[in-house]
Design a protein around this ligand. Sequence first.
Ligand code: ATR
Length: 273
Amino acid sequence: NELYAVVGHPINHSKSPRIHSLFAKQTGEPVEYTAIQAPLEDFVGTVRQFFEAGGKGLNVTVPFKEQAWALADSRTARAEKAGASNTLFQDNQGQLVADNTDGKGLVQDLTANHGVQLNGARVLILGAGGAVRGVLGPILEQHPVSLTIANRTVAKAEALTTLFADDADATALSACGFEAPDQPFDIIINGTSASLQGDLPPLRTSVIGADTVVYDMMYSLQTTTFNQWALDNGAVRVLDGLGMLIEQAAEAFRVWRGVQPNTASVIDALRND
Ligand code: ATR
């Protein structure tokens, strides 16, 4: 078997080993996938050791995605723009390549799994940290009619609109604070880490209309704090990030193995764990 792993700190709750072993079983690929907890001060040493021991590919999670990006010898275009990497591998010359499959994962989950079209949509995204930066490129590729980035620290949202101005094309890209938007959006995506502290971004309820789809990039067994807020304020469709997690994994598997796994059965399996 060829060896793959996810590296993070902590790592014990990671679903990636389960997801990738289901992909391996389903496709018959000789993939063995484990979880590695890197010491906070030695991510680089952990990565080097893994590849020196013959490892084929790594997924990278919190808090090492920016370090993975910085460490690589080269980056795919989508990783370059994301400023972070969740997928590492070595090319034929043994050079370390950083990719980022998170944005593809989100777009794939929305469009293919849930039939929610970003194309032509008015989109509101909450947050301006690494998680949001990682998905903006793939969202803009779908050509929403507008993309509003709202964040607690407005300057960080503004910096992202500058960074992605060239990718915006015909999309009206703008930045603001949480309380500014007051019209309904077609799609609202929560990419803040606010719910980790049990907080809610202070949005106006008028951002939710009769057809608004709400997507929380987080997931949990229960409805997330943000999705519960949306439901309480009239949203009819709320989605969580489990599908995104599985789709980013599928894209990494495809990059590493050249084989596209089927995700529907894996989403079902994890939803029922
Ligand atoms: P991540 O990798 O999850 O994006 P990050 O880069 O630290 O982590 O970014 C966290 C995001 O969640 C930021 O947009 C942050 O807002 P600020 O830029 O103003 O710091 C947002 N966030 C974190 N806690 C929040 C809270 N309690 N309320 C609202 N926004 C919060």
